[in-house]
Design a protein around this ligand. Structure first.
Ligand SMILES: C[S@@+](CC[C@H](N)C(=O)[O-])C[C@H]1O[C@@H](n2cnc3c(N)ncnc32)[C@H](O)[C@@H]1O
Length: 274
C-alpha cells in the first residue's frame, strides 16, 4: 500500500472529469446538504476542494461564510479558479491553496468550521487528515465529513459486467492506498482524532418507478463515474476492453429498463471540536 500522500488518483484530472465533479455536486446537493448547518461559522476550511463544485454550494447556502479551499492538485485548483470566477459576486469570499491535507499551512485555531467531501477515500491515512484538520480548528467548530460506502451499490436488473467492473474499480482504489469503504469508519476515525458529538447519518440514493426521471439521470451519471476510471483500470490490466464494453451496454440497458432500481448509500458524519 502506498505511503505517499497522493496515491494514483482513480478519476484523473481531465476536463471531462472536472465537469463530472460539477455535475456530481449538483446532483447530490439536496441529499448531501439537508443537515449541514454552519450557522454562526465565519471561516470555513474545505479540504480536497477539487474544482470548487462544493465551494459554490457552500458560498450560496451560507452567505456569512468565507471558504478557504485546499487541494493537492494544481489542475483542480486551476479549474476551481475558473469555475468560481464565473460567479464574481463570490470574489472576496473564498481563497484557494495548494497543500497536502496531512500538512496544512495554517496556524492552530485558524478556522471555525470544516467541510470534507469525497476526499478521505483518496488518502492513505484519513486519520492523519482528520488530526490535522482538528489542529487548525477553534473550539466549538462543527465539522461535516461525507464519504463513500461502495459496498452499498445495487443495480437491478442484474448486470454482471457492471459488477466485475465495480469490483475492479474498488480493488484498484484500495490497492493504491485509498479506501472505497471509508464511510462506515468515519465514526471511529473522528473519535480517535479527539472530535466530540460524533454522529453519522446514512444517506441514500434509491431510485425506482416512483421517480423515473431522476433514476435515469442518476444511472447516466453513474456510468460517467465508472468511465472516469476506465483508462486507469485498462492500463493497469484490472479490466479488459470487453468488460468495459459490457458495462456500458448494461448501464444503457438498465437506464432504459421500465423496472430498473438504482441504490447507493453513503455516510455523512458530523462532529465538534472542543
Ligand atoms: C473526488 S475529488 C472531490 C472534490 C470535491 N470535494 C467535490 O466534492 O467535488 C477529491 C479531491 O481531493 C484531492 N486530494 C486528494 N488527496 C489529497 C490530499 N492529500 N490533500 C489535499 N487534497 C487531496 C484531489 O486532488 C481531488 O481534487
Amino acid at each position: 500500500m502506498s505511503e505517499s500522500p497522493s496515491p494514483a488518483y482513480l478519476h484523473g484530472f481531465s476536463p471531462v472529469e472536472q465537469a463530472r465533479l460539477m455535475k456530481q455536486a449538483r446532483l447530490a446537493e439536496s441529499t448531501l446538504f439537508s443537515r449541514v448547518d454552519y450557522t454562526g461559522a465565519r471561516r470555513v476550511l474545505e479540504v480536497g476542494s477539487g474544482v470548487g463544485a462544493q465551494t459554490e454550494i457552500l458560498l450560496r447556502r451560507f452567505p456569512d461564510i468565507h471558504v478557504t479551499c485546499v487541494d493537492l492538485n494544481p489542475l483542480q485548483l486551476e479549474a476551481a479558479r475558473r469555475n468560481l470566477a464565473q460567479m464574481p459576486w463570490y470574489r472576496d469570499r473564498y481563497e484557494l491553496h495548494q497543500a497536502d491535507a496531512t500538512n496544512l499551512p495554517f496556524e492552530p485555531r485558524s478556522f471555525d468550521a470544516a467541510f470534507l467531501c469525497w476526499v478521505l477515500e483518496h488518502v492513505p491515512s484519513p486519520q492523519r487528515v482528520l488530526n490535522e484538520v482538528r489542529r487548525v480548528l477553534a473550539p466549538g467548530s462543527p465539522v461535516y465529513v461525507t464519504e463513500v460506502m461502495n459496498s452499498s451499490f445495487l443495480l437491478h436488473p442484474y448486470s454482471p459486467n457492471v459488477w466485475r467492473y465495480w469490483m475492479a474499480f474498488n480493488d484498484f482504489q484500495y490497492d493504491n492506498g485509498g479506501d472505497p469503504f471509508v464511510g462506515a469508519k468515519l465514526g471511529n476515525l473522528l473519535l480517535a482524532g479527539g472530535y466530540q458529538d460524533v454522529r453519522t447519518e446514512i444517506k441514500t440514493f434509491h431510485f425506482d418507478n416512483r421517480e423515473p426521471g431522476r433514476r435515469k439521470t442518476m444511472i447516466a451519471f453513474w456510468e460517467e463515474l465508472l468511465l472516469s476510471a476506465s483508462d486507469q483500470l485498462l492500463d493497469a490490466g484490472r479490466v479488459t476492453p470487453d468488460v468495459v464494453e459490457g458495462m456500458r451496454r448494461e448501464m444503457n440497458d438498465v437506464q432504459n429498463d421500465p423496472n430498473a432500481v438504482f441504490f447507493y448509500a453513503f455516510v455523512q458524519a458530523s462532529a465538534t471540536v472542543y
